[in-house]
Ligand binder design. Structure first.
Ligand SMILES: CC(C)(COP(=O)(O)OP(=O)(O)OC[C@H]1O[C@@H](n2cnc3c(N)ncnc32)[C@H](O)[C@@H]1OP(=O)(O)O)[C@@H](O)C(=O)NCCC(=O)NCCS
Length: 414
């Protein structure tokens, strides 16, 4: 049986969307309204399908997104999504063919990185992706939290606002926040339409209107946004309402603290579930009793693959001045080679191919991806034999440069 893997044409779209649904184990029925709402946001030139006797049995697409890297620069990236292979056609190399096409196209377009959110951990390492920004979810027992008192700079106010306010003012706030959060990407209007319920796509997850709150500083500037839902639950005459944080982003430490303090002290709410936060989110530090914040889940989230290593290494900043040479192994070739990074005292760096210089550390492109945004340490990789030191202390030297004071945080999935 021959399977045709190719870029989509307009007439393929409804069958392709149907295949995506089936690939994610959802019912296959796709309405005209859904097609109309989704189609403008799918760039057919960046979408692939596999066709068996004319029927779409596998899907794959990418979108241009900017990823923030340590130091606040952004790099154009190919954000891969809707990767599915029908259960009837799995493990025949179909996803591998589509990935090979995509990586070649990414290189052709000049995007230095590809990124994705992996449904399952073992899928993408073989394609040179590494887990680059993880997430942790906590649940907080508010009765035990013992919130510490506010600091002097929390002199703004939290106000409850309407979805329309969020649609209007959220994007500007998010732009400020995501540039401070390595691992985060830009959002489009559609993201905000879906978040605020302005557009509801049939066939997607049903939208439940969250409660929205802004934090405004003393001058009235919006520095933070929280969105949350609460289940109105009672045990006898006692309220036991769980609150779920859908979003909490803040451009300043005062806004971040004030919004957590607000969410953790709402009457009737006995449990706060935080949603996906950075591994080193500050929330637990605000509690007098940190054991009140228990981890529900701590895992990989954003995966990253280098296409242009020198460009990526030169885009981020470094924690210390100095030079290291990395020998990068990549069976696909895109990221393979020896690269010298030289960081200046101000943290900026140059990076170039250095094929004839002795390396300090040898590692795969996937493992370098885990170091790139500050999620992993070279010493840990060397300890488990995933990075090879050419001389004692080489991994620690790499860490001295690559270390970041905060962990990366991919605010959004896609
Ligand atoms: C994940 C998925 C896209 C893989 O498609 P596929 O066509 O079966 O993948 P391939 O045949 O190209 O697999 C290539 C290799 O990856 C391995 N692999 C693929 N999916 C895997 C998984 N979920 N877990 C472990 N290994 C996996 C295969 O065993 C194969 O290994 P091999 O070369 O050593 O034999 C497909 O199984 C699927 O649609 N799953 C459900 C939806 C999903 O999870 N999509 C990913 C969203 S991020």
């Amino acid at each position: 049986m021959s399977l045709e893997v190719r870029t989509l044409e307009a007439s393929d779209y409804s069958g392709w969307l149907r295949a995506t649904r089936l690939g994610f184990l959802r019912s296959a029925t796709v309405s005209d309204e859904e097609i109309e709402l989704r189609r403008p946001y799918t760039d057919l030139a960046r979408a692939q399908g596999a066709f068996d006797d004319g029927r779409c049995v596998a899907t794959f697409r990418s979108m241009p997104r900017d990823v923030t890297v340590p130091g606040g620069a952004v790099l154009p990236s190919s954000a891969i999504t809707q990767v599915t292979v029908s259960a009837t056609h799995r493990r025949r190399g179909v996803a591998s063919r589509m990935m090979a096409n995509e990586l070649a196209a990414t290189a052709e377009r000049g995007e230095p990185l590809a990124i994705l959110i992996a449904a399952e951990f073992p899928i993408y390492g073989r394609f040179g992706f590494g887990a680059a920004a993880g997430v942790t979810e906590w649940h907080v027992d508010t009765a035990r939290a013992g919130l510490r008192p506010p600091a002097d700079d929390e002199d703004g106010r939290v106000e409850l606002v309407d979805p329309a306010d969020v649609f209007k003012s959220g994007p500007e706030l998010h732009e400020r926040v995501r540039l401070q959060a390595p691992g985060s990407i830009n959002r489009n209007d559609r993201w905000w339409e879906l978040f605020t319920g302005k557009v509801q796509v049939p066939g997607g997850d049903p939208w439940k209107e969250p409660i929205f709150a802004f934090y405004r500083d003393s001058a009235g500037r919006i520095d933070g946004l929280a969105a949350y839902t609460v289940d109105d639950k009672w045990r006898g005459m006692y309220p036991e309402s769980p609150l779920e944080v859908k979003q909490l982003i803040a451009a300043t430490p005062a806004a971040e603290r004030a919004l957590w303090r607000f969410l953790l002290s709402i009457d009737w709410v006995t449990t706060v579930r935080t949603g996906f936060r950075a591994h080193d989110d500050v929330m637990p530090l605000l509690l007098g009793d940190r054991r009140a914040a228990r981890i529900d889940n701590s895992s990989d989230f954003l995966w990253l693959r280098f296409i242009d290593v020198p460009r990526a290494l030169a885009a981020r900043t470094y924690a210390a001045p100095g030079a290291v040479v990395l020998d990068v192994v990549d069976p696909y070739g895109y990221a393979a080679g020896r690269f010298r990074v030289e960081a200046a005292p101000d943290g900026t760096a140059t990076a170039e191919a250095a094929p004839s210089v002795a390396p300090d550390l040898t590692l795969t492109a996937a493992d370098l991806a885990t170091l790139y945004l500050g999620d992993e340490s070279a010493v840990r990789l060397a300890t488990v034999g995933q990075a090879t030191e050419s001389h004692p202390g080489a991994a620690a030297r790499v860490d001295a440069l690559f270390r970041t004071s905060r962990k990366p945080w991919a605010i959004d999935g896609f």
